[in-house]
Design a protein around this ligand. Structure first.
Ligand SMILES: C[S@@+](CC[C@H](N)C(=O)[O-])C[C@H]1O[C@@H](n2cnc3c(N)ncnc32)[C@H](O)[C@@H]1O
Length: 217
């Protein structure tokens, strides 16, 4: 029993450290690559901001360098509370947007406190074990006001957890399917505003990516 528990804890810290170390190493490359919106990202973000008053705060879990999401949010008169596990990503975010709040934390251990009017889990949830997704999203939804919106991405197909390489570094991925994610969002009293593929799975390396904007009822 003790052995199983210690193996689980070891796996957990390997996953966590792998992604944190890898993102620290590629932060500057990520920052350069993320110099604009991909697909309809800006429209998803507009759907979040359309129900968030000017001056309100948007929670961004797995914020990266704040580019382009936080930059756009601030340019539209809202504030950002960004959370990320990577010191390097946050250093670049702070450099660009020194007046916003940047918190070094894992998403899993972060406890959102009410006061934000929209939330992002953009391309970050799929770096966490799928069994934890509903709990994480439930905490985010709990802190949203009724009518507040959340945007997130999940993997686009049913697939076991895996690792893959980006800029020569290894990353861990896991995801519920889009349908499973929409089902638990409904369980959490959210209605779907947008649910669509950003890219379809190609049956090989690309497992697809699915965008969701959901509103707390
Ligand atoms: C693919 S990048 C996306 C960054 C940003 N959301 C964007 O749209 O460009 C994933 C980000 O999530 C962060 N991240 C991944 N897993 C995390 C975790 N468990 N806790 C906190 N941050 C995490 C990474 O450090 C990285 O900055």
């Amino acid at each position: 029993m003790r052995l199983i528990l210690s193996q689980c804890l070891a796996n957990l810290s390997v996953r966590f450290l792998m992604n944190r170390n890898s993102y620290n190493k590629i932060a500057h490359l990520w920052n350069v690559a993320r110099n604009g919106f991909f697909g309809r990202e800006r429209e998803y973000l507009d759907a979040i901001l359309s129900v968030a008053p000017i001056g309100s705060t948007i929670l961004d879990l797995g914020c990266g360098t704040g580019r382009p999401m936080a930059e756009y949010i601030v340019s539209r008169g809202r504030c950002v509370l960004g959370v990320d596990q990577s010191e390097e990503m946050l250093r670049l975010a702070r450099q660009k947007l020194p007046h916003e709040q940047w918190v070094l934390s894992s998403i899993e251990s972060y406890e959102p406190v009410e006061g934000y009017h929209g939330a992002l889990l953009w391309d970050s949830l799929f770096h966490i074990r799928r069994t934890e997704h509903e709990l994480i999203v439930s905490k985010v939804v709990r802190g949203l006001p009724s009518g507040g919106r959340l945007m997130l991405t999940v993997g686009g197909s049913a697939h076991p957890e895996f690792t893959d390489f980006m800029y020569g570094e290894e990353f861990y991925y896991d995801s519920n399917t889009p349908q499973e994610t929409e089902t638990f969002l409904q369980r959490l009293s959210c209605r779907m505003v947008i649910g669509e593929y950003m890219n379809l799975p190609d049956g090989g390396r690309d497992k697809g990516r699915y965008a969701i904007v959901a509103e707390k009822i």
